[in-house]
Design a protein around this ligand. Structure first.
Ligand code: SF4
Length: 279
């Protein structure tokens, strides 16, 4: 059994809110498990409760004809509701019921990974367009977390207010161009990623070539290494090295006067700072 089927079984057994007691059948959802587009309504009605399927009454028939108007059928999309069990007497779902049931819809979205979610009606809209009104934002879209949300009236609204039918039909026709843009955008992303990877590969090749200085630079004399690793103030350095030289001098050699700089100091000064820093 797939994760998706297991989720549906879980919904069918669920008694996490009071609606579990009243339903005939739970209505998990129906359609393509990797659909590009999901339609989310409010709650099952009487017909849905009897059959365990979403949007199978008069409103469902209108939704099917709306899908056909944009060249889609029910098997090419996924259809679900915010609430999986019918509230008694078709009353509005309570906030607590919506809250408890939201885990199932969230999981369905996580598994399906749709490009677009079409909200049908107020309760579905409220999840993704908080503090908005359906009369104001129907037919508009917004993008969040890689999903485009598109708000529409519930198809049942056209059954109660005939003048909304043409509005709903017009809103539905906005979906194909939006979906086409999303498809183009998802094609463009892999191309950009490939370019980026190619750039990174080029950079790696360049970085992996040894720097000429590292190959050609001979090993530094021990004295230079000591000087560069343990820098001292110039005056002290002179004194330290001069003392060392004095100790090394054979007894028959005269010690140079203090104002004459010993050869090793001259060599040290002759070294460019850049060269010293290489070791
Ligand atoms: S409405 Fe949701 S939470 Fe309540 S019983 Fe049905 S499936 Fe469970």
């Amino acid at each position: 059994m797939s994760v998706f089927e297991e989720l549906h079984k879980q919904i069918e057994r669920c008694q996490d809110c009071a609606l579990g007691k009243y339903r005939t059948r739970a209505v998990p959802g129906e359609g393509l498990e990797n659909a590009e587009i999901m339609f989310i309504g409010e709650a099952p009605g009487w017909n849905e409760d009897q059959q365990g399927l979403p949007f199978v009454g008069a409103a469902g028939q209108f939704l099917t004809s709306l899908l056909a108007s944009i060249g889609l059928n029910r098997n090419q999309v996924y259809i679900a509701n915010v609430i999986k069990c019918r509230p008694p007497g078709n009353r509005d779902p309570l906030p607590g019921e919506i809250q408890v049931c939201s885990k199932y819809l969230d999981k369905q979205i996580e598994l399906i990974k749709p490009k677009m979610i079409v909200t049908l009606g107020r309760y579905s809209m409220a999840r993704y367009f908080p503090n908005e009104t359906i009369g104001k934002i129907h037919g508009t879209a917004k993008q969040k977390d890689n999903i485009t949300y598109f708000a529409m009236y519930h198809p049942a609204a056209a059954l109660h207010q005939a003048n909304l039918k043409s509005t709903i039909e017009a809103d539905m026709l906005k979906i194909p161009p939006l979906l086409a843009k999303l498809r183009d955008a998802s094609k463009a992303v892999p191309a950009q990623e490939e370019k980026l990877l190619a750039k990174m590969e080029d950079k790696k090749l360049i970085d992996s070539k040894p720097a000429p200085a590292q190959i050609e630079k001979p090993a530094a004399p021990a004295k230079e290494q000591e000087i560069s690793e343990k820098p001292v103030a110039p005056q002290k350095e002179e004194e330290t090295v001069t003392k060392a030289e004095e100790q090394k001098l054979p007894e028959n050699k005269t010690i140079p006067p203090r104002d004459e700089k010993p050869a090793i100091i001259i060599e040290e000064q002759a070294l460019e700072p850049k060269q010293l820093n290489l070791f």
